[in-house]
Unconditional design. Structure first.
Length: 236
C-alpha cells in the first residue's frame, strides 16, 4: 500500500506546496533536499525554516512529517556550467533554453531520492515539476517523469510512483492549491519563507515574497501571485 511519500523539497514555493499536498494525503511523509553548489543555496536555509513552521503552525500535519534528508551532490555543480551553479548573467541559449537549466538535474535528484526511499520503505516520490507555467526545462516534462518512473521501478525491482501534483497548474493555481490545503496562513508562510529567486536575493521584499524580481523564477512567481490575488478579489 502506498501510504508513505518522500518529497523532493528544495525550499521553494512549488516543492513546499507539494509537501503540503503530500501531508494532506499520506500517513507518513519525509523530505529530501540536495546541495549541488547552487548559486541560490539560501534555499537550503529556507528549507529548515519552512519545516519548523509547518510543524508549529499546522499541528494536524506534524505527526505525519518525518525525517529530512540532505544530500551532498556537489559533483553536479562541478560539471555544470550554468547560471544556476556559477556567478554569470542569466540569458537564453541558442537552444531556446535559459542558461539556468542544469542538465540531468531532476533525473539525478529522482534517482538518488528513489535509492533513499527504497531504504526507508517508501514507494512514492513527490516533485514540484510543471510544464504548464515553467522555464522550458526538458526534465520537468510529464513524459520525462513517466519514463523515469518506469525506469526506476525496473532498476530497483520495486514499484515506484512519481507524483507531480503541479504538472498541469500555472503558478496562480499553485498559490490557490496552498490556500485550499492550509488556508491563508499557509499562503503567508510560503510567501514569507519559501525561496524561488535564482540569484538568491533575500533582502528585497515584494508582495509575493523575496527575490531580485528580474530572474525567470521571480517573474513566474510574481505573475502567478498576481493572478492568484485577482481571482481572490473577484471571488470575494
Amino acid at each position: 500500500m502506498h501510504n508513505k511519500a518522500l518529497v523532493l523539497f528544495s525550499g521553494g514555493q512549488d516543492s513546499a506546496t507539494c509537501l503540503a499536498w503530500a501531508l494532506d494525503r499520506y500517513d507518513h511523509v519525509e523530505t529530501i533536499g540536495f546541495d549541488y553548489g547552487q548559486r541560490h543555496r539560501v534555499e537550503l536555509e529556507c528549507r529548515q525554516t519552512v519545516l519548523e513552521k509547518l510543524r508549529e503552525q499546522l499541528p494536524q500535519w506534524a505527526p505525519r512529517l518525518g525525517e529530512d534528508h540532505l544530500l551532498d551532490l556537489g559533483l553536479l555543480g562541478q560539471i555544470s556550467d550554468t547560471a544556476l551553479t556559477a556567478d554569470k548573467a542569466i540569458a537564453f541559449e541558442q537552444s531556446g533554453l535559459p542558461n539556468t537549466f542544469v542538465p540531468g538535474r531532476n533525473i539525478i535528484f529522482f534517482t538518488f531520492a528513489a535509492a533513499v526511499a527504497l531504504r526507508r520503505g517508501i514507494s512514492v516520490l513527490v516533485g514540484g515539476m510543471c510544464e504548464t507555467d515553467y522555464s522550458g526545462y526538458p526534465d520537468c516534462r510529464d513524459d520525462t517523469l513517466k519514463a523515469l518512473q518506469v525506469t526506476l521501478g525496473l532498476g530497483l525491482d520495486q514499484r515506484v510512483v512519481i507524483e507531480t501534483p503541479l504538472m498541469w497548474l500555472d503558478k496562480g493555481r499553485t498559490w490557490e492549491m496552498a490556500e485550499g490545503l492550509g488556508g491563508e496562513a499557509l499562503v503567508e508562510l510560503f510567501r514569507e519563507e519559501t525561496h524561488s529567486c535564482y540569484v538568491g536575493d533575500r533582502a528585497t521584499r515584494h508582495p509575493w515574497g523575496y527575490g531580485c524580481g528580474r530572474c525567470p523564477a521571480c517573474e513566474l512567481r510574481a505573475a502567478g501571485f498576481e493572478r492568484y490575488s485577482r481571482r481572490s478579489i473577484a471571488s470575494n
